[in-house]
Design a protein around this ligand. Structure first.
Ligand code: SAH
Ligand code: SF4
Ligand code: F3S
Length: 478
């Protein structure tokens, strides 16, 4: 037993998987008797939940640990824990590089964190626990959810693909699917708690079902989750183009609660590059999936991830990517400079593209993406959109008096609300788009049809990162 209440802080990097894992980490620490630290105060336990997908993530972790060393010296009881994908990748290196770290725990060891902290405290020795595969599905752990109205539900962890640039399979392990009845039960439980919007999470949601050999398992799951009474909006991330079946498109089109938005990473528009990336589809296949999606879900907004400067990418390859962006008409795209990940196949490929070339292509790509996104947004001026007001984004902007939220297609919309009306996070209303910017819409007229969220009054204003690609919680312009 602890004789005084200790405080904690969890600092999260990386994708929604990590954001969701951090909710579990917080939940476990709550259950062990810790309390979240007050803003601005120094926590007794600082947990870093790390990402390893690109090189700058490594640099950031060791930089932050360096900043904490003197803080820890001033606060002798303080403990520092490092978990997540970097911990899984670097293992003992973390303690070697930063000996003031108390606990290093892997992506499969979240459940043991409180125990490891206790052990480190008693034994005065750093504890490193990294399991190579999943023992307990993290969804069975307690959770402190970041948002009252929106929640994540994990359907699978790990990835069986071998994209040659990617470190995720080596830090998250093989794909393990959760049983459909457990997924649906969690959705139901969250909806019973007042959750309005759910995002199903997996590194490769369409391969859901490999374990029970059901190719249409994800489509079936979408329909079952979408039918949960009381749920207003269902989203998912990320699908992989190689496994995107017509049954998924049909399930999206036919399930009213599944939102008309699709985040599907393409990575490159050049077949030769896709081949070297070991992405098992080609540009024509990707574009034909979008045609089918748009034929059945006309209002669908499609977003993507693109890597610039993969080894051997020629100017012609890059032009093919620009051309694909024009044809695909993405509503937004997350763009990444190719980052060498030691141990991946691409790291030892010949013809690594010089940094200046990558940087220059990156700028050109962003210009085309923004141009298309803006055109797509402008086409919505005059249209009525349904907006779900968002926590964090839900507060009124003092300057403009607008309240922000997400349209059904996931576009960010800033809405002017009539005097005396105060939408809360999770509330829904309709409004008419009056102006379009490349990355958001403004709806200054036509506010109508406010639907209140049950329980919304009691909810604290909390922050939640905007829904983004699995690769980052930081939009590229931020
Ligand atoms: N499982 C998801 C992606 C997870 S990683 C999927 O396949 O869709 C998220 C994004 O990070 C990827 O889509 C890719 O665009 C980017 N990424 C991954 N490894 C990278 C690397 N080595 N360099 C640059 N970007 C990378
Ligand atoms: Fe798996 Fe996605 Fe990484 Fe490919 S990019 S290996 S699908 S996590
Ligand atoms: Fe891990 Fe997600 Fe980063 S799976 S490597 S935190 S993108």
């Amino acid at each position: 037993m602890m004789n005084e209440t200790k405080t904690y802080q969890v600092i999260t990097y990386g994708c929604q998987m990590n954001v969701h894992d951090s909710e579990r980490i917080s939940g476990l620490l709550d259950a062990a008797g810790y309390v979240p630290v007050a803003e601005g105060a120094t926590a007794d336990v600082v947990v870093f939940n790390t990402c390893a997908v690109r090189e700058n993530a490594d640099n950031r972790l060791y930089g932050n640990l360096g900043h904490l060393a003197p803080v820890k010296q001033l606060n002798p009881g303080m403990q520092i824990a490092v978990g997540g994908c970097m911990a899984q990748k670097d293992r003992d290196i973390v303690v070697a590089k930063a000996p003031w770290v108390d606990v290093v725990f892997g992506t499969h060891n979240i459940g043991h964190l409180p125990l490891l902290l206790e052990k480190a405290r008693v034994e005065h020795e750093a504890q490193v626990e990294i399991a190579d595969s999943l023992v307990t599905f993290p969804s069975t752990l307690p959770s402190r959810r970041e948002s009252a109205y929106a929640g994540w539900v994990t359907i699978s962890v790990g990835c069986n693909n071998t994209c040659t640039y990617c470190i995720v399979p080596s830090v998250r392990g093989k794909e393990t699917d959760r049983r459909p009845q457990d997924v649906v039960a969690e959705v139901r439980m969250l909806v019973d708690q007042g959750v309005q919007e759910i995002t199903l999470l997996g590194q490769n949601v369409n391969t859901y079902g490999v374990e029970f050999s059901d190719r249409d398992a994800f489509a079936t799951l979408l329909r079952e989750c979408g039918a949960v009474d009381g749920l207003r909006r269902l989203r998912f991330t990320s699908p992989h183009p190689a496994y995107f079946t017509d049954s998924v498109i049909a399930a999206m089109a036919e399930t009213e609660t599944v939102m008309p938005s699709l985040h599907m990473p393409v990575q490159s528009g050049a077949d030769a590059v896709l081949k070297r990336m070991r992405r098992a589809y080609r540009r024509d296949r990707f574009l034909s999936i979008l045609d089918s999606v748009r034929a059945q879900i006309p209002d669908a907004a499609v977003t993507t991830d693109i890597i610039v400067g993969f080894p051997g990418e020629t100017e012609k390859d890059f032009q093919d990517t620009l051309d694909l962006v024009r044809q695909a008409r993405f509503a937004a795209a997350f763009t990444f400079l190719y980052s060498v990940r030691p141990g991946t196949e691409a790291a030892s490929m010949p013809d690594q593209v010089p940094h200046t070339v990558v940087q220059e292509r990156y700028q050109r790509l962003i210009e085309v993406i923004d141009e298309i996104a803006w055109e797509e947004n402008k086409a919505l001026v005059g249209r009525e959109v349904e907006v779900m007001f968002a926590t964090g984004e839900g507060r009124k902007d003092d300057r403009t008096d607008r309240v922000s939220g997400r349209a059904r297609d996931n576009r960010l919309v800033h809405v002017t609300v009539p005097d005396g009306v105060h939408p809360r996070p999770g509330d829904i209303a309709r409004a008419t788009v009056t102006y379009a910017a490349p990355h958001h819409l403004i709806a200054d007229t036509g506010f109508t049809g406010l639907i209140r969220t049950p329980g919304g009054d009691a909810w604290q204003a909390q922050t939640r990162p905007a829904p983004v690609s699995l690769g980052t919680t930081i939009p590229r312009r931020a």
